[in-house]
Write a protein that binds this ligand. Structure first.
Ligand code: FAD
Ligand code: NDP
Length: 598
C-alpha cells in the first residue's frame, strides 16, 4: 500500500496517525539494510507491517527530525507495535528473541489464565513452551519429579538431562578414557599399570554439570517469559488443571490449549524384592557410592549401555537377558554387540533367564544382594550374589493419575501411550509429544522437534509436521552402534528378500592397529531397495564415534540417497566413515568380509 501523506499535515500528527492506525508501523528508508532486516522479522512472523520510506517523501527529513525529538534516536528504522515503541533494528531483534515482540502482536485471550499450559518440563515440554512464548503466547510449564522408590529426585529438564542421555554419555566417556589409557601405552605413554577410578569423583563432576543445566533451563524460561511452576499437574476439567507442589499446596489454572509431555519412568518387574532392593537408571547416575559387582536385568538400550560403562570403569558386570538383545534393532548387529561385550569387555551374560527373587544378604552401601533367576529354556534355577541390581526392563508412560480420563483423552490401555494425529489427541485442544506418544521413537531430538513444530503450527505460520521416519540413532555400547532406517530383517519382511540388496563389510579402524585391537568386530552395512535404483533404506555402523558418523549420513538417507550416490562420494582418509563409499560385497554373494590392516 502506498503511503498516504497529506503534505500540509503537521509531521507530529503524521507520526501519531500512522502509529495509531497500523499494528506494526515502521519508519524506514528504502536503501537501509537494517530496515530490511526488521521487515524480514515481521515477514517471518507472518505479520503485515506498514512502512513509511522517509527517503522517498518530500517531508521525510522533517518526519525523521520529529521522530528523533520523540524517541531520542536519530536513525532508522524506528519500530512501533500496537502503539508501543520498540526501538531500532537491534531492539527489534532482541524483542523477537525474547518473545516480547510476539506477545505485543498477540495479546493473550483473557478468558483463560494462559494461552498454553505444558505439563512436563523435559525435552519436548521445554522446547514447545519456549517456542510458543517466542510466538507471543502466555505460557506456563508445570514440571514435577516424583521421587524413585529409593528417594532419588532431580531438577528441571526431564529424563535426558538428569537421568538419561547426558549422564549416560558422560559415563560412557569415562569408560572410553579408561580403555584409552591402556592403548596409550602402545603409543609411547608411560601409564602406570594400576590406574584407579573414583566413582564419587566422576558422579560429583557429572552432577555439578547437570546442576548447571537445570539452572540454565530455569533462566531460559524466565528470559522467554514462560512461567515455570514446580508442581504435579492433573487435568480436572476441559480447560483446567489442578497443581500440587512439594508442600502439597494446591492451585488451579486454566488455558486455551494443553500439551502433555510427561515422559516415562522405569518399570519394575513383578518379582519379590525388586522394588525393595533393586535400583533403576533413575538412581544410578547420582548413586552416592560405587555400585560394585552389578547385575543388570533387561537387554535393551538402557541395560546394555549401563553395563558397558560400568564394566569400562572396572566393575564386575553381568547382564540377565530374557530373550534377544536390543529388540527392534538389526539382530545381526545386536549379536555382534553382545559378542564384543562378552569377548572383548568381559561382561557376563545369563540368557535366556528371568529373575524370580531378590533378597538382601548384607545391608550397606553397597550391601550384598542374592538374585535367583530361572533359565527360560530348561527351568533351571540360577543364583548369584551382587552388590547392586539394576532393573532396565522397560519404561512406563506417565499418563495415569493426570486426569486424561476426566478430560476424555484416549489412551491405549495396554501400554498407557497416547494415540495422536500430528500430535493432536482426540480432544482438539489437548496435544501430546515425546515419549508418551503411541508408535513413535523415544528419543530426545524427536521430542524437541515435535514440540517446536507443534508450537509453530499452533501459534505461528508453521505448516511442517515432525517427520518420524529415517530418524538416526545411536546405542552407546562399548562398541557404538549407529543406524538409520530399516533393520535387515524388517526390510526383508516388508519388501521381500528378492527386492533387497545388502552391502556389508568388516573394517579395522586405523587407530586400532597399533594397540592391536580385535580385527573383525567393526562392521558397516547398507540395505538397498533394488526396484528403486538401490535406494538406501537401512544404514548400519558398528564402530567408534557412531553418533558422529551416523548423523552426517542421515541427511543423505533423508534425501533418498542411492547406493550409487554413496559410491560417487569421495571418502575422507583415513577415517572409519569412508568405508561407506567403497562397499562392494553383497550378502547374496557370500564373499568373505574379513579385513586385515587398512
Ligand atoms: P521427559 O524428558 O521424560 O520429561 C517429562 C517431564 O515431565 C519429567 O520432568 C517428569 O518428571 C515430568 N512430569 C511427569 N508427570 C508430570 C505431571 N503430572 N506434572 C508435572 N510434571 C510431570 N534419547 C536420546 O535421544 N539419546 C540418548 O542417548 C538417550 N539416552 C537415554 C538414556 C537413558 C538411561 C534413558 C532412560 C533415556 C534415554 N534417552 C535418550 C531417551 C530420552 O531421554 C527421552 O526420549 C526424552 O527425555 C523424552 O522427552 P519427553 O519430553 O517426552 O519426556
Ligand atoms: P525397552 O522396552 O526397549 O527394553 C526392555 C528390555 O527389558 C527388553 O530387553 C525386555 O526383554 C526386557 N524385559 C522386560 N520385562 C522383563 C522381565 N520381566 N524380566 C526380564 N527382562 C525383561 O526399554 P529400555 O528401558 O531399554 O528403553 C526405553 C526407551 O528409551 C528406548 O525405546 C529408547 O528409545 C530410549 N533410549 C534411548 C537411548 C539412546 O538413544 N541411546 C538409550 C536408552 C534409552 P524382551 O526383549 O524379552 O521383551
Amino acid at each position: 500500500m502506498a503511503p498516504v501523506i497529506n503534505h500540509s499535515e503537521n509531521v507530529k500528527l503524521i507520526i501519531e496517525r500512522h502509529v495509531k492506525n497500523n499494528q506494526v508501523m515502521l519508519f524506514s528508508k528504502s536503501y537501509c539494510g537494517f530496515c530490511s532486516q526488521v521487515k524480514k522479522i515481521f515477514q517471518s512472523l507472518g505479520t503485515p507491517y506498514f512502512s513509511l520510506e522517509l527517503d522517498e517523501l518530500d517531508n521525510g527529513s522533517d518526519i525523521q527530525a520529529e521522530l528523533t525529538a520523540q524517541t531520542g534516536r536519530p536513525t532508522v528504522p524506528q519500530v512501533f507495535v500496537n502503539g508501543a515503541y520498540i526501538g531500532g533494528c537491534d531492539d527489534t531483534h532482541a524483542a523477537y528473541s525474547s518473545g516480547k515482540l510476539a506477545q505485543l502482536l498477540n495479546p493473550p485471550d483473557d478468558q483463560y489464565d494462559f494461552d498454553l499450559i505444558v505439563i512436563g518440563g523435559g525435552s519436548g515440554g521445554l522446547a514447545a513452551s519456549k517456542e510458543a512464548a517466542k510466538l507471543g503466547k502466555k505460557v506456563a510449564v508445570f514440571d514435577f519429579v516424583t521421587p524413585t522408590p529409593k528417594g532419588t529426585t532431580w531438577g528441571l529438564g526431564g529424563t535426558c538431562v538428569n537421568v538419561g542421555c547426558i549422564p549416560k554419555k558422560l559415563m560412557h566417556r569415562a569408560a572410553i578414557l579408561g580403555e584409552s589409557l591402556e592403548e596409550a601405552k602402545k603409543f609411547g605413554w608411560d601409564v602406570p599399570d594400576h590406574v584407579q577410578h573414583s566413582w564419587e569423583k566422576m558422579t560429583g563432576e557429572i552432577q555439578n554439570y547437570i546442576g548447571s543445566l537445570n539452572w540454565g533451563y530455569r533462566v531460559a524460561l524466565r528470559e522467554k517469559q514462560v512461567k515455570y511452576i514446580n508442581a504435579h499437574a492433573e487435568l480436572v476439567g476441559d480447560h483446567k488443571i489442578k497443581a500440587v507442589d512439594k508442600k502439597k499446596k494446591e492451585s488451579f489454572h486454566t488455558a486455551k490449549h494443553f500439551i502433555i509431555a510427561t515422559g516415562e519412568r522405569p518399570r519394575y518387574p513383578n518379582c519379590p524384592g525388586a522394588k525393595e532392593y533393586g535400583i533403576t537408571s533413575d538412581d544410578l547416575f547420582s548413586l552416592p557410592y560405587c555400585p560394585g559387582k552389578t547385575l543388570l536385568i533387561g537387554a535393551s538400550y538402557v541395560s546394555l549401555e549401563c553395563a558397558g560403562f560400568l564394566k569400562g570403569i572396572g566393575l564386575d558386570v553381568t547382564v540377565m537377558v530374557r530373550s534377544i538383545l536390543l529388540r527392534g534393532f538389526d539382530q545381526n548387529i545386536a549379536e555382534r554387540i553382545g559378542s564384543h561385550m562378552s569377548e572383548h569387555c568381559g561382561i557376563k551374560f545369563i540368557r535366556p533367564c528371568v529373575p524370580t527373587k531378590v533378597e538382601e544378604i548384607e545391608p550397606g552401601q553397597p550391601g550384598k544382594l542374592r538374585v535367583t533367576g530361572k533359565m527360560v529354556d530348561s527351568g533351571e534355577e540360577v543364583v548369584g550374589d551382587y552388590n547392586t541390581v539394576i532393573f532396565a526392563v522397560g519404561r512406563d508412560a506417565c499418563t495415569s493419575g493426570i486426569g486424561l480420563d476426566v478430560a476424555g483423552v484416549q489412551v491405549n490401555s495396554k501400554n498407557g501411550k497416547i494415540p495422536t494425529m500430528a500430535e493432536q489427541t482426540n480432544i482438539p485442544h489437548i496435544y501430546a509429544i515425546g515419549d508418551i506418544l503411541e508408535g513413535k521413537l523415544e528419543l530426545t531430538p524427536v521430542a524437541i522437534e515435535a514440540g517446536t513444530l507443534l508450537a509453530r503450527r499452533l501459534y505461528g505460520n508453521g505448516e511442517l509436521q515432525c517427520d518420524y521416519l529415517n530418524v538416526p540413532t545411536t546405542v552407546f555400547t562399548p562398541l557404538e552402534y549407529g543406524c538409520i532406517g530399516y533393520p535387515e530383517e524388517h526390510a526383508i519382511e516388508k519388501y521381500g528378500e528378492e527386492n533387497i540388496e545388502v552391502y556389508h563389510t568388516n573394517f579395522l579402524p586405523l587407530e586400532w592397529t597399533v594397540p592391536k585391537k580385535s580385527e573383525n568386530v567393526c562392521y558397516a552395512k547398507l540395505i538397498c531397495l533394488k526396484p528403486e535404483n538401490e535406494r538406501v533404506i537401512g544404514f548400519h555402523y558398528l564402530g567408534p564415534n557412531a553418533g558422529e558418523v551416523t548423523q552426517g549420513f542421515a541427511i543423505g538417507i533423508k534425501k533418498g540417497a542411492t547406493k550409487a550416490d554413496f559410491d560417487a562420494t569421495i571418502g575422507i582418509h583415513p577415517t572409519c566413515a569412508e568405508v561407506f563409499t567403497t562397499l562392494s560385497v553383497t550378502r547374496r554373494s557370500g564373499e568373505s568380509i574379513k579385513q586385515k590392516g587398512c
